[in-house]
Design a protein. Structure first.
Length: 375
């Protein structure tokens, strides 16, 4: 069965922002390869201006976020939904609910609506109490107006079952194992260096960036610490100012060249993953796939992916201890075990297959009576 599928709720593809854009790249292109007609909605401000990307139709909608800030996201999502109402899609996949579920009454009635429920957005400390309260409300609206649900973490699936008594489908993010071609991009001397620590994240408090860098700052390490992530926001400016006098810490800004990021991950001495809220985080899977040795914030989301194949930290003291004591070459089993998970549980072909199967299953359930009548 071949479907007309639309993906809404992202700033667009190719990815220049974050997790939902990252997975939308792979899922949309993968579904096209499997014969489906796929449309992804892009912000009109997106750097990619063409109407087709790897066989995926791109529809550009006006996005006033650059004028209005966060409020503009709500207008952008509304514009995408209003356009989708006239496109006769079989399935609409909505990535997240933060600024789309308030328009739930406008979801196209003729389409099967599947929402990826994101990762407990209302727990993010970057939001004020009123915003957190709104996000809880938005979550309820997403449950109310969607017909089917995806959880990218087993923790989220359990939460939704307990909170709303809904049976969401667990489908995580994916990643590609580090290839021999990528490995060949290193010179022999570069491959042997592994002389820096690495962190990649959005500059937000709940990603524990300050905890990680403070722990490193307190250490006696002589290694460099590379930080990947756009520092233009308020928290990013605060962090860069706080650690500006530590010459070991290098803020490299946002890097969206996936090949360059994977090389940096592969060749790092220890990769710090500080995310504390959300589901199966894409940057964590990329680090696993890139054969990085990982130190992760100690929380159920990270533990459900890494299990015993990582170091865990909860505070600056833990970070300092890891920085000063971990000997990378002693922990090859951790790296290999995580790579095995990527190859057998988190590979993109498997993830796209799961998205395809779920989309078809939901469409058939939602259109059972029509299909029977036509038969």
């Amino acid at each position: 069965m071949k479907l007309r599928i639309a993906i809404l709720g992202t700033r667009g593809i190719p990815n220049h922002y974050g997790g939902f854009e990252h997975i939308s790249e792979y899922v949309s292109a993968g579904l096209v390869q499997r014969g489906h007609a796929v449309t992804v909605y892009n912000s009109h401000n997106h750097l990619y201006k063409e109407n087709n990307w790897n066989g995926v139709e791109i529809r550009h909608c006006y996005d006033p976020e650059y004028l209005m800030g966060t409020a503009g996201q709500f207008i952008y999502d509304l514009n995408c939904l209003l356009d989708a109402r006239y496109q006769n899609f079989d399935v609409i996949l909505i990535m997240g609910y933060t600024s789309s579920s308030v328009w739930g009454r406008l979801y196209p009635k003729q389409s099967t609506i599947i929402t990826n429920m994101d990762g407990l957005e209302w727990k993010r400390t970057k939001y004020s109490k009123p915003v957190q309260k709104f996000l809880k409300y938005a979550e309820k609206l997403a449950v109310k107006y969607s017909q089917y649900y995806i959880s990218d973490s087993a923790i989220i699936k359990t939460y939704l079952a307990d909170k709303y008594e809904i049976d969401s489908r667990y489908i995580p993010y994916g990643a590609d194992a580090f290839s021999n071609h990528e490995r060949e991009q290193f010179t022999k001397s570069e491959a042997l260096k592994q002389d820096y620590f690495l962190l990649m994240a959005r500059m937000e408090p709940e990603n524990n960036i300050e905890t990680i860098l403070q722990g490193f700052h307190n250490s006696n390490s002589r290694r460099q610490f590379k930080v990947l992530g756009n520092t233009d926001n308020k928290f990013g400016q605060y962090i860069t100012h706080k650690f500006k006098n530590d010459e070991r810490i290098e803020f490299k800004g946002g890097i969206y060249d996936n090949a360059q990021v994977r090389l940096l991950q592969n060749n790092s001495y220890l990769y710090f993953h500080g995310h504390s809220v959300g589901g199966t985080n894409p940057s964590l899977l990329e680090a696993m796939a890139s054969e990085a040795l990982i130190a992760a914030h100690n929380n159920p989301f990270n533990q459900s992916v890494l299990h015993g194949d990582a170091f865990y930290f909860s505070n600056t003291r833990d970070v300092r201890n890891l920085v000063e004591t971990v000997q990378r070459h002693h922990y090859k089993d951790m790296v290999n075990n995580n790579l095995h998970k990527i190859k057998h549980h988190f590979n993109w072909d498997t993830i796209v297959d799961q998205y395809e199967a779920f989309a078809i299953e939901c469409y058939l359930k939602n259109n059972y009576e029509k299909i029977i009548i036509n038969i």
